[in-house]
Design a protein around this ligand. Structure first.
Ligand SMILES: Nc1nc2c(ncn2[C@@H]2O[C@H](COP(=O)(O)OP(=O)(O)OP(=O)(O)O)[C@@H](O)[C@H]2O)c(=O)[nH]1
Ligand SMILES: [Mg+2]
Length: 491
């Protein structure tokens, strides 16, 4: 198996990077917090709200350092990495708070540094620590994480795995074009660029179909096929796994050899730099999941999310993954899995959502065989776009949520204009998550998909103080997430 990672230069560069981090950490302690999740999971909204709440004295009762008044000053600072785009905090907040629209989708990595001055809670620490912590928040697509396992797979293993999965469940329907093209070509014949392109296009379309809104299957690697960025059209993205590879090695100059080479180039030019320059330097990590969407889309989507989570967690817990453990000089010691957008549910269902998310993770953990230490699961809403109320309906009191649906959303045939508020009864999540999962396993087609109604709401209207200052963004349990992710570093 070609393990390019063991090359000396990589090793040295990684060690050097960690040294530089340590040297600068000596002057000013820093914590690198990775924020990830599949596309549309809520990364941009999470970071924007977290920073806004810290900068604007948000209501954060569970975040101990702030609640007890030990944090004296919080500010944004220039980030240390010159080659990484800055997280456009001001633009995102202007959209969210000013225009009450959700920020645009961001499809690459970005970073923001926020620095807190605090007084340590212990007299001993006060004598020795500068009482300053910089948090480097790194926003990166979860799809990139799902690429890490490729580093241990050669082209044959990758092809077998991808083609195998493409034949199961709904994927089977979506992959027919690509698979029939892949099986119709003679992979040992001399390579023709046009074939490579057609095949890569068909493969990309299959991945796109899996990810589309109606299906919302969690993606499979390679992650950059869905978000090519500046690599669009380059050979490293113009390949496809092949089905039914013959025994032996790829004949020189064949389509097979060409695909294999490009696959290796993808690993060298895309996956490894991400691993080395970003992933290997993280201290803490939050993984956002849109569990509500998966529940709503049905059993296959939920199982798929579970599969993706298993792969994601496997990269954080390198015990079982020897190539990662040998390179991680720094270990990610805390991982938070957060089910976002809980403001779509009445608070009675928040704990249920948390239990469903915990159930997803629990099985992932059982599968990769790691202990749960340093791992926590929460249901949160980075931005609370709704408030709660009750209505009387046929003599029953129903818990409802009230918000302003986005212009164009329809409920029972009524289309909203983006100004008018409405109350909706979302429906209940099952009290016992096992019921949902048992059904998934035995008879997915008869599974109990709770009858939930979701509409997309506009971000909330935010009150101003007497002095014309905007208050901070309302949230659900964001303070709990902060306490877990960096509360101990402010002790
Ligand atoms: N009601 C509600 N909606 C949310 C919340 N967080 C995210 N959303 C919705 O989810 C959408 C996606 O959120 P983003 O933060 O842009 O997601 P992302 O993970 O950064 O997405 P990409 O940049 O496309 O990868 C938003 O446009 C909102 O509609 C939340 O806390 N509450
Ligand atoms: Mg984003």
């Amino acid at each position: 198996m070609p393990s390019l990672l063991t090359r000396f230069s990589d090793d040295a560069r990684l060690a050097l990077g960690t040294l530089t981090d340590r040297a600068s950490g000596f002057v000013n302690p820093t914590l690198r917090l990775g924020v990830t999740g599949l596309s549309r999971a809520g990364k941009t909204v999470f970071i924007s709200s977290l920073v806004h709440n810290l900068l604007n004295g948000g209501r954060l009762p569970v975040f101990e350092a702030v609640r007890s008044g030990r944090v004296s000053k919080i500010r944004l600072e220039p980030q240390p990495d010159d080659a990484v785009p800055r997280f456009q905090y001001e633009d995102h907040i202007a959209a969210l708070v000013g225009d009450r629209v959700w920020p645009d989708s961001t499809r690459a990595i970005s970073q923001l540094r926020i620095t807190l001055d605090y007084e340590s809670a212990s007299g001993w620490n006060r004598m020795f620590s500068p009482g300053r912590l910089s948090i480097d928040i790194v926003d990166y697509p979860g799809e990139w994480l799902l690429d890490l396992p490729l580093l241990t797979q050669d082209f044959r293993a990758f092809s077998n795995k991808t083609a195998g999965r493409a034949k199961t469940g709904i994927r089977a329907e979506l992959s027919t074009n690509w698979l029939s093209l892949a099986t119709s070509l003679d992979v040992t014949a001399p390579a023709v660029e046009a074939d490579a392109q057609r095949l890569a296009e068909a493969f990309t379309r299959y991945l796109q179909a899996c990810k589309s809104d109606e299906r919302s299957l969690s993606t499979l690697p390679p992650g950059r096929f869905l978000m090519p960025g500046d690599l669009e059209g380059s050979p490293a993205l113009t390949f496809s796994p092949l089905a039914n590879l013959p025994e032996g090695r790829a004949p020189k100059g064949s389509l097979w050899a060409m695909m294999e080479r490009r696959y290796e180039a993808y690993k060298t030019h895309v996956v490894k730099p991400f691993f080395r320059e970003h992933f290997a330097r993280l201290d803490r990590q939050i993984v956002l999941i849109d569990a509500l969407q998966a529940i709503n889309r049905g059993p296959e989507s939920l199982l798929d999310l579970e599969g993706a989570l298993t792969d994601v967690l496997a990269s954080f817990r390198p015990g079982t993954n020897s190539f990662l453990s040998s390179f991680l000089t720094k270990r990610i010691d805390k991982v938070l899995i957060a089910a976002t957008k809980a403001d779509h549910l009445h608070h009675e269902s928040h704990d249920r959502l948390e239990r469903i998310a915990a159930r997803l993770v629990q099985r992932a953990i059982a599968r990769i065989g790691v202990s749960g230490a340093g791992l926590e699961v929460m249901a949160i809403a980075s931005v609370r776009a709704t408030r709660e109320a009750t209505v009387n309906h046929d003599g029953h009191v129903l818990p409802v949520i009230v918000g302003t649906p986005i212009a164009g959303e329809t409920i029972n045939g009524e289309t909203f204009d983006g100004e008018r508020k409405t109350a909706i009864f979302t429906g209940d999540l099952p009290e016992n998550p096992d019921s949902l999962f048992q059904d998934l396993e035995s008879k997915p087609e008869e599974s109990l998909v709770p009858d939930l109604r979701f509409v997309r709401f506009r971000p909330p209207h935010i009150e101003e103080t007497g002095g014309g200052l905007k208050l901070s963004v309302p949230h659900i349990r964001l303070d709990r997430a902060m306490q877990f992710l960096f509360g101990d570093r402010l002790a």
